[in-house]
Design a protein around this ligand. Structure first.
Ligand SMILES: NC(=O)c1ccc[n+]([C@@H]2O[C@H](COP(=O)([O-])OP(=O)(O)OC[C@H]3O[C@@H](n4cnc5c(N)ncnc54)[C@H](O)[C@@H]3O)[C@@H](O)[C@H]2O)c1
Length: 365
């Protein structure tokens, strides 16, 4: 682990060549003192092209081969969700630091195994929550943390698409591979940024519902991500909502939808009401729009004093990866603070949502 104790470059391997893996690759290679020395993925043409354009010296068809490479310090995992757990555990057991894509795992039990492995190994396990690093969310967080809204007592957060089922018939719509549908895929971002904005209140209970009305009929597939096959079982939900009770009395409503008959814009949003003010953030085009529309509603001398704060774009994946590299470089005192437990908490909330939806009742955490 010399690269984490001196100024030698940090040697990273990235596994996964899809949208997420390419974000990791671009972000790591943009950093000084970091070398992406290995890349793994099953699309031979994409693998060769990316290895060439990012000057990555070692390319592998599988993650197992990549982990056999000597000299790695860290691994970045951007593969189908069911593989996060075995890859992370194998890498941690080899003494490597791990950055995993969200969700940390298919469910809380798999996530717990990863966190246990990180603690045993004494290595970093970070999870990519890139949306909380948006500039609009950070601007709103600063307002809330400054007391600009008083005590938040109600919030609603959603990510909703009209036709946004990622690749019908692929791993995304297979329960065992993905862990679930939009609640675990994009709802995890929504739950993460909502709780982050609200100051990480403890979640007491959830009451959730889930639906699969369009996906099983082959409707709602994303136009930019065509079906993997025409003959498939759709095993997950295509829309879910949850009513979440928080310690201190506040409540949060979460909606996560891949597909429903609604405005065609792919919208991520957050509404919060506090004792001294409220705010609304609306981002149309969640992953592509660097800055959403943020409005703050408050009052001064008994009159409305509403405003739209200036917002700059945030760092998204680049910020996540800078944090990960800083944590690894931070050394043994810092590593235990990055053991994946926040992401494990998100996974437990989502487990409770699915249990609540299946059992038609409120579930306590
Ligand atoms: N943070 C975000 O905003 C964000 C966005 C999209 C996806 N993701 C997450 O990233 C992960 C990947 O999503 P994606 O959309 O890029 O998926 P994808 O299906 O487009 O790509 C998956 C990649 O994993 C590779 N892979 C699969 N099995 C492998 C193996 N055994 N060895 C080596 N490589 C293997 C595939 O070859 C492919 O390159 C998922 O967990 C997803 O939830 C996060």
């Amino acid at each position: 682990m010399t690269a984490t104790k001196n100024n030698a470059p940090l040697k990273v391997g990235v596994v996964g060549l899809g949208w997420a893996g390419q974000q990791h690759l671009a972000a790591f290679t943009a950093l000084d003192g970091v070398e992406v020395v290995a890349l793994a993925g099953m699309e031979a043409d994409v693998l060769a092209k990316l290895a060439d354009s990012f000057a990555v010296p070692h390319a592998f068809a599988s993650w197992e081969e990549m982990l056999g490479l000597d000299g790695l310090d860290a691994v970045s995992i951007a593969v189908p969700t069911f593989l996060h757990t075995p890859i992370a555990i194998a890498a941690l057991e080899r003494g490597l630091h791990v950055l995993s894509e969200k969700p940390i795992a298919r469910d809380g039990d798999d996530a717990q195994l990863m966190v246990d492995a990180a603690r045993r190994a004494g290595r970093v396990l970070d999870v990519a929550f890139n949306h909380r690093r948006r500039g609009d969310i950070q601007a709103l967080k600063a307002i809330i943390d400054d007391g600009g809204l008083g005590r938040p007592y109600y919030a609603k957060a959603s990510w909703l698409r009209r036709t946004g089922i990622p690749r019908l018939g692929s791993w995304f719509t297979n329960k065992d591979m993905a862990g679930g549908g939009p609640m675990v895929d994009i709802g995890v971002h929504v739950i993460d940024y909502a709780l982050h904005l609200l100051g990480e209140p403890k979640v007491l209970s959830v009451s959730a519902a889930s639906y699969a009305e369009l996906g099983p009929r082959g409707r709602g597939g994303s136009p930019w991500d065509p079906p993997a096959t025409t003959d498939f079982d759709f095993e997950v939900e295509d829309f879910a909502s949850a009513f979440i009770r928080l310690e201190g009395g506040a409540t949060l409503i979460v909606e996560a939808g891949w597909a429903s008959y609604r405005d065609p814009a792919d919208v991520m949003d957050f509404t919060v009401y506090g004792t001294e003010g409220g705010a609304e953030l609306r981002v149309a085009g969640a992953s592509e729009t660097p800055v959403g529309k943020l409005r703050v509603f408050t009052e001064k001398d008994g009159k409305n004093a509403d405003y739209s704060p200036a917002v700059v774009p945030g760092g998204a994946h680049h910020a996540v990866i800078e944090d990960f590299v800083a944590a690894v470089r931070g050394g043994e005192d810092v590593w235990p603070l990055h053991d994946g437990s926040l992401a494990l908490g998100r996974a437990r909330i989502i487990d409770a949502c699915y249990r609540s939806a299946a059992e038609h009742r409120e579930v306590e955490l």
